[in-house]
Write a protein that binds this ligand. Structure first.
Ligand SMILES: CC(=O)N[C@H](C=O)[C@@H](O)[C@H](O)[C@H](O)COP(=O)(O)O
Length: 230
């Protein structure tokens, strides 16, 4: 498989929309064929890149599109809250399935593999790295270790109530620190996605609002029910 260079990937990503095609687990759309169709439809709509979970999904998407793919593997571990690409083997598998950028959890929590080891493995393979962080300290730390892209992905997901709005302030702070920032997490409308870019994000990733049909339908139903006082 021919691979994009880092320069080509960054040029393609710049100020672009990344469509995260992650169906609801075990839902009716959770199959590689459907994920590949979502990915192709997203590219047809103008997505600059894709974020894909799981090796089988990644292989199916790689065969269907040419745009850069951010690959992740999600696991539920017994002894760590870290879910996104926790093992070095996951990194190898994602690379060989065709990921251009490999994202991993960059939070400061108990984890099976150090952040440093993840970065070194991704670099050794020649892929680009992305750290999914929840706050400024984590983002700065990952940046200091040489991660290519810092994502705001985990903001709001490491404890407490999940906010409804995206963490635009974190994007601003990381940009001011000199990071190449992927705004991600709850950018649920076109206006919010545009706001991320306005605030200096290199690119913005949108998932639920594009590809989790159960969530989207639920938002509409809830709005109707609220209006009716239900
Ligand atoms: C916290 C976590 O595990 N986030 C995941 C990371 O891959 C996905 O579940 C999100 O859908 C993705 O980050 C995009 O965000 P949103 O769906 O809000 O547009």
């Amino acid at each position: 498989m021919s691979r994009l260079t880092k320069q080509q990937i960054l040029a393609q990503l710049k100020h672009g929309l990344v469509a995260s095609c992650q169906p609801v687990d075990d839902g009716p759309m959770d199959s590689p064929q459907i994920v590949a169709a979502m990915a192709a439809a997203s590219v047809a709509g103008g997505a600059a890149a894709l974020r894909i979970e799981g090796i089988e999904n990644l292989k199916a998407v790689r065969a269907a599109v040419d745009v850069p793919i951010i690959g992740i593997v999600k696991r539920d571990l017994d002894d760590s809250p870290v879910r996104i690409t926790p093992f070095l083997q996951d990194i190898d598998d994602l690379y060989h399935a065709g990921a251009d950028i490999i994202a991993f959890d960059g939070t400061d929590r108990i984890r099976p593999t150090t952040i440093d080891a993840c970065i070194k493995r991704i670099q050794a393979l020649g892929a680009m790295s992305m750290a999914d962080c929840s706050n400024f300290a984590e983002g700065s730390y990952c940046q200091s270790l040489g991660v290519d892209i810092i994502g705001s992905t985990m903001s709001g997901y490491t404890g407490g109530e999940i906010p409804t709005e995206p963490d635009v302030q974190l994007v601003r702070d990381l940009v001011a620190q000199g990071c190449c920032v992927m705004a991600e997490g709850r950018y649920n409308t076109p206006e919010l996605a545009a706001l991320a870019i306005e605030n200096g994000a290199y690119a913005v990733t949108v998932g639920s609002a594009l590809t989790r049909l159960e969530h989207i339908v639920g938002w509409f139903v809830q709005a109707i029910n609220r209006r009716q006082g239900a």
